[in-house]
Design a protein around this ligand. Structure first.
Ligand code: NAD
Length: 491
């Protein structure tokens, strides 16, 4: 094994895992093996958690103004190393360098928002709830919390949770996706330099067995999961059964509605970026475009052209607009779902299956694909493809379009393209999804707003980022106080 075997970071030091199994981490554009990741056994989760629980007793007593100082340092380090981190994201995840820089920027913004914890963690006080009696609500950290992350945003997604958890006084354990574990390995080298006390932030690599140990450990008080909906349901149910606080962000199938009064040039550009950016492997990727009335003919031609001309290749090359999908299995699954759509009666306008990408014969490439006439009740209309595939449907009225959005089991994002304020307001009001875009194709909340998936796209109540994260990582304590005058020395 010439490539590096990745390590865990526990109690402020790098540790080799005793895992029996190590799996290769491959560059999805070239199939080159970049490293090996250990599938850490339950004992290693247990050790890391016990040490994090010890560290919690010290960390929770550190004043919030001091707890944020290593986060300020980390922000600086992430900025200094941004190009190196972005390059690594592209190498192990496949997206373009521009997309990698963008996700890292969102990670940094979450650190910035978490640095406001001395203000955002404040409680409330009301004097004289009865004569001479005052009441306070204070927020206290929970203990050890953990994140289980997916492959598609190796830098950003752990940062929806980790900086807030730490700043609130919890200690933390992160399990990255075994498909893209190298980005966090590099970021933890920076965490090591940022001078967090030992045990405050820990990294344990692994897969299902590692996750199951996290779900069962009695000292882990809160779990944040992001990934596919079947696993999200499992994590939600198991974490709850073990008495934990839990938030699980799941999969998606995001519709965009295009009205005839939309600016078609801008709409096409934005929808193409949404559907094919990150090779469609974004939980906020547009995957169904529903045209209303005469928008249909103009949009179909334009989007087919945008799909057919998108430059696909190795994301490290500056002229490439779309990289590969994550794995050979993923490519096979996407191509088979395209075939299911055709079998169900959809018409294939642009077919991205098995493309030839010069010099990259072993890469996992599917180029942008457009399927027209998606049957609304078929499998393809409701199945998350998680690849660069856009399905088209057409209806006659905005009410029909909103009904299509609302009959979906998913609720991550829905977007509307229009120049009508009244239509926009109606859509914003009625659409059953937690992230809404109006003339926006990827309605990703900034770090100071919660990432608000609904329905089968989210299990829990408090979401990641911002004040939701502060609430998720703290428990409220109410204090009612009476201090009769006669008990105190008189001055
Ligand atoms: P995944 O569900 O396969 O894996 C996510 C995590 O769960 C990984 O860390 C993995 O090791 C672990 N895991 C996988 N199978 C498990 C099992 N049986 N038991 C316990 N743990 C298990 O997801 P993925 O393929 O890495 O990511 C893509 C999915 O994530 C898509 O469905 C996408 O929509 C979703 N996603 C959602 C959001 C959101 O905010 N809603 C954001 C990003 C990605």
């Amino acid at each position: 094994m010439s490539q590096a075997l990745l390590k865990n970071y526990v109690n402020g030091e790098w540790r080799l895992s005793s895992a029996n199994e190590q799996i290769p981490v491959k560059n999805p554009a070239t199939a080159e093996i970049l490293s090996y990741v250990p599938l850490s056994p339950a004992e290693e989760v247990n050790q890391a958690t016990d040490l994090a629980a010890e560290a919690f007793e010290i960390w929770r007593r550190v004043p919030p103004t001091e707890r944020v100082q290593p986060l300020f340092k980390l922000k600086g380090l992430l900025e200094v190393h941004a190009d190196e981190i972005a390059r690594l994201i592209t190498q192990e995840c496949g997206k373009t360098l521009k997309e990698s820089r963008g996700e890292l920027q969102r990670a940094i913004e979450n650190v910035e928002v978490a640095c406001g914890i001395p203000t955002t963690m404040q409680g409330t006080v009301l004097e004289d709830i009865a004569r001479g009696i005052d009441e306070f609500m204070i927020r206290q950290p929970l203990g050890v919390a953990a994140a289980i992350a997916p492959f598609n945003f190796p830098a950003m997604i752990p940062f929806w949770f980790m900086p807030y958890a730490i700043a609130c006084g919890n200690t933390y354990l992160v399990k990255p996706s075994e498909k893209v574990p190298m980005t966090l390995q590099l970021i933890f080298e920076l965490i090591d330099q940022a001078e967090f006390p030992p045990g405050v932030i820990n990294l344990v690599n692994g897969a299902k067995e590692t996750v199951d140990a996290i779900l069962q450990h009695p000292k882990i008080r809160a779990i944040s999961f992001v990934g596919s909906s079947p696993v999200a349901r499992h994590v939600y149910a198991q974490a709850a059964a073990h008495g934990k606080r839990v938030q699980c962000q799941g999969g998606a199938k995001n519709p965009v509605i295009i009205l005839p009064d939309a600016d078609m040039e801008m709409t096409t550009r934005i929808v193409a970026d949404s559907a094919f950016g990150c090779a469609g492997q974004r939980c906020l990727a547009a995957s169904l475009a529903v045209t209303v009335g005469e928008a249909q003919t103009r949009f179909i031609e334009a989007i087919a052209d945008a799909a057919a001309t998108r430059v696909t290749g190795n994301g490290l090359n500056a002229d490439v607009q779309m990289g590969p999908v994550i794995s050979a299995q993923s490519k096979a699954r996407i191509e088979s779902l395209i075939q299911s759509g055709v079998n169900e009666g959809a018409k294939i306008l642009v077919d991205g299956r098995n493309p030839q990408i010069t010099g990259l014969d072993h890469g996992n490439f599917v180029t942008p694909t457009v399927l027209d006439n998606i049957p609304p009740d078929g499998e393809i209309a409701h199945t998350e493809i998680f690849g660069p595939v856009l399905g088209l449907m057409s209806v006659e009225t905005v009410d029909e379009a909103i009904a299509l959005v609302n009959q979906s089991p998913w609720g991550n994002m829905a977007c509307l393209f229009t120049s009508s304020g009244a239509a926009a307001r109606k859509f914003r009001y009625e659409a059953e999804a937690g992230n809404i875009g109006i003339n926006i194709g990827v309605a990703a909340p900034m770090a100071f707003f919660p990432f608000s998936g609904w329905k089968d796209s989210f299990f829990g109540d408090l979401h990641g980022q911002s004040h939701h994260a502060v609430e998720f990582f703290t428990q409220t304590k109410v204090v009612v106080e009476r201090w009769p005058k006669e008990w105190s020395r008189q001055f």
